[in-house]
Design a protein around this ligand. Structure first.
Ligand code: AKB
Length: 319
């Protein structure tokens, strides 16, 4: 039987850190090559340096390691992207082209390309945004993802490259820290809560955004990638829904464990980004095509985040 050999870019990031572990469990540790642009000394031997915008370097690793699948996670996210729009466009698209070209030239079996709710803008309905809403993103990250979705579809239609993609909501996990996103507050808030520190939120208290727990996000990714090819009917990117909540609602949930927890609100430029995104999305196609269903609601997420972060910070006895 043919063995899948998987290369992951951006493997040191928020999702990559956890997805790589799940992939190693599924495919065998020796069959997963985790790469990132920068490798911290403590990650040496686990992560390999790779500039994903360098097609030659990507091709070399693919050939040397008999790679058959690529999960291309490397990207600059929404908030960080606004600091350097042209660099963000360059990195996000150049790396995608490098991956798609290598996949085409070396006839790889599959490519995973993460998209985002950031592809939606003012023309999409704010609530229950459907899969096929008009895309007019407001951030350079959103523009790069919307364009990337079209390129994914192009490589599938024109060259038969089996590219699959999800529009992730904000991802909440205890294993790793997010960096440069608009939804990052929903992770930071738990770190503050378990350490009994006050939290200053950069969004307004009533700004709802779609979110997903890390375990659900990883499972969705693997279910999509493991589904039989003929079931994958959307070749741009699938809407992925789990839950939606506002900062005020996550605070209420945390207060069930920490009644004295306090959040104050001081909005910054990320509020405008959040306002341009859907507050909830519909994912009928994902449910129908590959049977997607989320498992974690807000209090389940709070429960796991608090248990795991207390372990991480060595706060065993404290409530
Ligand atoms: C971000 O906030 O930029 C990301 C995303 C929703 O794609 N978490």
């Amino acid at each position: 039987m043919k063995v899948d050999k998987v290369l992951v870019t951006g493997a040191g990031g928020q999702l990559g850190t956890v997805l790589v572990k799940a992939l190693k469990k599924l495919k065998g540790a020796e069959n997963v090559l985790a790469t990132d642009l920068y490798v911290k000394p403590e990650d040496k031997g686990l992560l390999f340096p790779l500039d994903a915008t360098n097609e030659v370097a990507v091709a070399e690793l693919v050939v040397e390691n008999n790679i058959t699948q690529i999960y291309h996670l490397a990207a600059i996210l929404s908030a960080k992207g606004e600091e350097q729009p042209l660099k963000t466009w360059d990195i996000n698209l150049k790396s995608l082209f490098a991956i798609l070209e290598v996949a085409r030239k070396y006839k790889l079996d599959k490519v995973f390309f993460p998209s985002s709710i950031a592809v939606f803008g003012a023309s999409a309905s704010k609530q229950n945004t459907p899969q096929d809403a008009y895309l007019d993103p407001t951030t350079v990250y959103g523009i790069s993802k919307a364009a990337g979705e079209q390129w994914a579809n192009y490589y599938f239609t024109k060259y038969g490259v089996d590219v699959r993609s999800l529009r992730y909501p904000g991802i909440i996990g205890h294993q790793s820290l997010p960096g440069g996103g608009t939804t990052d507050y929903a992770v930071d808030i738990y770190h503050k809560a378990v350490n009994k520190e006050p939290f200053i939120c950069y969004l307004k208290k009533d700004t709802a955004l779609p979110m997903i727990f890390m375990a659900d996000a990883v499972r969705a990714t693997l279910e999509l990638m493991e589904a039989p090819k003929e079931q994958i009917k959307t070749r741009t990117s699938y809407n992925l829904n789990a839950l939606s909540f506002t900062p005020a609602q996550i605070v209420e949930s945390i207060k069930k464990w920490y009644p004295d927890f306090i959040a104050t609100y001081k909005e910054d430029f990320r509020e405008a980004i959040a306002q341009s995104w859907p507050s909830s999305i519909l994912d009928i196609q994902a449910q129908e095509d590959w049977k997607w269903e989320p498992h974690y609601l807000l209090d389940d997420i709070s429960n796991e985040m608090i248990i795991e972060l207390k372990k991480k910070y060595n706060l065993h006895s404290q409530l």
